[in-house]
Design a protein around this ligand. Sequence first.
Ligand code: SF4
Length: 345
Amino acid sequence: MDIVSRFLKERTLSEEEFVLLLQQSGDAAVRETLRREALALCRNYYGNQVYIRGLIEFTNYCKNNCYYCGIRRDNPHVRRYRLSTEEILSCCREGYGLGYRTFVLQGGEDPYFTDERMTELIRQIREEYPDCAITLSIGEREKDSYRKFREAGADRYLLRHETADAAHYRSLHPEGMNFSHRIQCLYDLKELGYQVGAGFMVGSPGQKLEHMAKDLLFLQKLQPEMVGIGPFIPHHDTRYAKEQAGSVEMTLFLLSVIRILLPKVLLPATTALGTMDPVGREKGLLAGANVIMPNLSPEKNRKDYSLYDNKICTGEEAAQSIASLRKRVESVGCQVVTDRGDAVR
Ligand code: SF4
């Protein structure tokens, strides 16, 4: 049996076999076979529904210095901002009115947002919006902090593992950031009952097919409820400014592979995919994705949350442009729904 048929039958492969499968990402017939299977699985568990998440980028301060990131600590050209509690609540209010039932609080690892401040913020959102899911994406913390946030009302946590290979991780992050701590955080979050999101950049500097094969096996082991992947896009103020961006084609291929590997997973068609290709997210939905995360942050701050160059964040990207988002989603036979959009158990 060839490797594609084996993957479709068994829904998993060994590391070496995943490499062989990934080597076939350039083969249009293989891509189409996996895409069709991924789409069928997605329809089976989620119908044609697409869940929307209102993304609130509430601080671009970060104590870390990830080599690829535009808002890393040592980039002096970033105009830093923090949203006040009132500004964050006002984003939620606007989002709720537009039909969003998940708020994603995303930020750098900003020491200003102590456990106490975060807990108070989560409590206020939980009190005002009992029918909404609260997702956090604020990086690595200790288990005790995650526990406090969970008790205050947070439901989900996004923490991309970035790479499942320790040496590759070291090449993307400076000393002081620790691969095993990051992985431990993901297991802690699982244990605390969060719906957990892992993920990685496709085509990050130094990434090989072997690394992606490890990523797939790691995802299979972790069994996250969500997986965020998007093409690597260089930022001009980083050491990787001149690196090539990751490919849309490989990202779409991996979306299909991940849907087949974890059929019930929540899989965003990411902003990075939409940045690389004007219809990248539509293609993502046809490759097995079922989530879109438009930006609910205040217009004045959006450009300052620049993780990579040319990130789309205004105009049609704004969460407020819900009508055009609906049309885009409908153009590929799907439907935006007003729903918390929890993972199918
Ligand atoms: S990737 Fe995240 S943790 Fe790393 S520097 Fe950027 S915002 Fe900070």
